[in-house]
Design a protein around this ligand. Structure first.
Ligand SMILES: Nc1ncnc2c1ncn2[C@@H]1O[C@H](COP(=O)(O)OP(=O)(O)OP(=O)(O)O)[C@@H](O)[C@H]1O
Ligand SMILES: [Mg+2]
Length: 228
């Protein structure tokens, strides 16, 4: 298919990853197949140690050492040099981590403006978009706060706005609300999903929380190194 709009955002085939520690080999991913369509939100469930973070690192092109085929927006990434991975991450992906990783010396607004400047947007355009994203995460009154002056939930909301700043085709999140109390986690995840859906991105989100997972379009489970 030449039209990139029709491409699967993610197409994994037989993805494998093993770690060797103290001469013992652990096969964490034993042949993962996964398709994610444009606009689709997919929850990744699995017990601790089942390989959720490892799988997200594969899709996010954050680590080497994977075998198999990892296609993002139709492009095979396996043989690409690091420069190609950096380009795909910048053009296609947005990340939300469990701990927000905001720049501490910059305001909420600046944290969302920055990736857009790197992407080539003008300061004016970037600020308008950052304000709009932050406002839709309920932070219209917190634009000029630095992360240390924000609550945990607010920090995570800024991190969500930042992940969406460059209109990624795919948002990747590793337990994005794992650091928050239950009630706040529910609200922040609902806001994240609303924003992802409004922006037309797809999302692949690792979580331990069945209830949060049920709010997404589809749930996949990692068990014994494969997805079910
Ligand atoms: N860099 C590494 N070196 C060696 N072993 C690793 C490495 N990274 C992960 N592992 C092992 O791979 C397995 C899967 O780890 P991973 O972090 O992907 O699990 P997870 O499902 O994200 O768990 P959690 O829910 O606790 O975050 C674990 O047994 C872990 O010890
Ligand atoms: Mg993990």
């Amino acid at each position: 298919m030449s039209d990139s709009v029709n491409n699967k955002v993610v197409e994994l085939r037989n993805v494998r990853r093993s770690f060797v520690q103290a001469d013992v080999q652990i096969d964490v991913l034993k042949g993962v197949d996964l398709d994610i369509m444009p606009n689709e939100t997919v929850a990744l469930l699995g017990p601790s140690g089942s390989g959720k973070s490892t799988l997200l690192q594969a899709v996010g092109l954050l680590e080497g050492g994977f075998e198999g085929s990892i296609k993002l927006a139709g492009e095979e990434t396996a043989q690409l040099p690091a420069k190609g991975h950096t380009r795909i991450r910048r053009e296609l992906l947005g990340f939300v981590y469990q701990f927000h990783h905001l720049l501490p010396d910059f305001t909420a607004l600046e944290n969302v403006v920055m990736p857009q400047l790197i992407f080539g947007r003008s300061l004016g355009e970037a600020e308008i978009r950052a304000e709009s994203l932050l406002a839709s995460m309920g932070l219209g009154e917190r634009l000029h706060h630095k992360p240390s002056k924000l609550s945990g939930g607010e920090q995570q909301r800024v991190a969500v706005a930042r992940a969406l700043a460059n209109s990624p085709k795919l948002v990747l999140a590793d337990e994005p609300t794992g650091n928050l109390d239950e009630a706040t986690a529910d609200i922040v995840l609902a806001e994240l999903l609303a924003l992802v859906r409004r922006e037309g991105s797809a999302a692949f989100i690792a979580t331990h929380n069945e209830r949060l997972a049920a709010k997404m379009d589809r749930v996949v489970r990692l068990h014994d190194g494969v997805l079910t």
